[in-house]
Design a protein around this ligand. Structure first.
Ligand code: TXA
Ligand code: MG
Length: 356
């Protein structure tokens, strides 16, 4: 009884405010900014996924981010800015190519890793001497950073281990009662998190693929390395990107990722559905084909192009969770363009991979 009431009294009220994505109401932005300045945390939409923002330079506020989402302390946060000039305050020894990169891709879904300046607290960077920075394109995000007057540290606004939120509803499912406010600006456009590149080494390195594609960066820079783990290899360089060691989506369901020609994948799925149904398992299928004939407990068409799949992926993951699936069979796609980002998220979720 007593612990129950203690639990209740420690819960805070989470305010959920609807806000217009195209023309954000400034009065609502101001309310959120006031909370940020007081050291509170606020969830807000970006063009990729919802973020959980706090004053990046206030260690007490940043601590609340880690606590509320149950995030391990060694997994660093991305700092969001609204003005390119802010880069100079947060980073040092900025290499020349940075200018070229941000001219082309900012504001937008690209995060760059640089050496951190003294003003960035270690808690924000998970103890690293580097800092990840991005300038989002979403108007709500942009105005919120501007009105707050401070850079915002913001990881994806999900509870640790859950898929990133693409709707305000996903944020409240995970974090209601744990954060001060959620700005509900509707569905996020891209659906998977930003591309991350490390600029602290001689040759830039892709640490997380996203909707600014490897091909686009290659075209601009001529050369970029790809972190071995993105290529499915084991690596001693894990410390360069701590986020990689954590599984992003770890539901009760076992995700099986099946790659190959449409015909072969279909055949394999039919075979596996039969096998799992005999074992009385609940089977979900994440399909990239509209007209399917699977007899599973739940089939979700995620789209057939990489941009549609990216936009729907995390929402569908959550739907399978709600449907209490034991197994999820997922179609693999080509790793070209945005496909590399989509496959990276599926790879991280997968319990098993099958090539047919
Ligand atoms: O699209 C996004 O990037 C979203 C929105 C809210 O902006 N944010 C996001 O944050 O995805 P989060 O915390 O879920 O992912 C941040 C990733 C992690 O994989 C982390 O390890 C990596 O960025 N990261 C952050 N700081 C780093 C650093 N100094 N060096 C290497 N990787 C870093
Ligand atoms: Mg995340």
């Amino acid at each position: 009884m007593q612990s129950n009431s203690l639990l209740k009294s420690s819960k805070m009220q989470t305010q959920i405010l609807k806000i217009n994505q195209a023309k954000p109401q400034i009065s609502i932005i101001k309310q959120a900014a006031r909370l940020i300045r007081k050291g509170e945390i606020v969830a807000f939409p970006t063009e990729t996924v919802y973020g959980l923002g706090a004053d990046a330079l206030n260690p007490f506020a940043v601590k609340k981010i880690f606590e509320s989402k149950g995030r391990p302390a060694d997994n660093p946060l991305i700092i969001h800015i609204h003005d390119k000039e802010d880069l100079k305050r947060l980073a040092r020894d900025i290499p020349e190519i940075t200018e070229k990169i941000i001219e082309k891709f900012w504001p937008g879904p690209l995060t760059i890793v640089l050496k951190k300046s003294k003003i960035v607290p270690k808690i924000t960077t998970g103890g690293l001497d580097t800092v990840a920075i991005r300038m989002p394109k979403n108007k709500i995000a942009n105005l919120l950073i501007k009105e707050s007057g401070v850079p915002l540290a913001a990881p994806s606004a999900n509870f640790f281990g859950r898929p990133s939120p693409t709707l305000a509803k996903h944020v409240s499912e995970d974090l209601s009662g744990r954060i001060s406010m959620i700005l509900d600006g509707g569905k996020t456009k891209i659906g998977i998190e930003s591309t991350v590149i490390d600029l602290t080494r001689k040759t830039p390195m892709l640490l997380r693929p996203g909707s600014i594609t490897l091909e686009q960066i290659q075209k601009l820079l001529g050369t970029i390395k790809v972190h071995p783990m993105i290529k499915g290899k084991k690596s001693k360089m894990i410390h360069r990107s701590p986020g990689m060691k954590y599984k992003h989506y770890s539901p009760n369901a076992k995700v099986i990722l099946i790659e190959g020609s449409t015909q072969n994948v279909d055949k394999k799925i039919l075979q596996l559905v039969n096998k799992f149904k005999k074992q009385k398992k609940r089977v979900g299928i994440m399909s990239t084909q509209k007209n399917h004939t699977y007899k599973a407990d739940m089939t979700r068409f995620v789209g057939s192009s990489p941009d549609k799949i990216a936009a729907n992926l995390f929402k569908v993951f959550r739907e399978f969770d709600e449907g209490k699936m034991d197994v999820i069979l997922a179609h693999g796609i080509s790793k070209k363009g945005l496909g590399l980002g989509v496959m990276n998220r599926l790879d991280k979720a997968a319990h098993k991979k099958i090539k047919v």
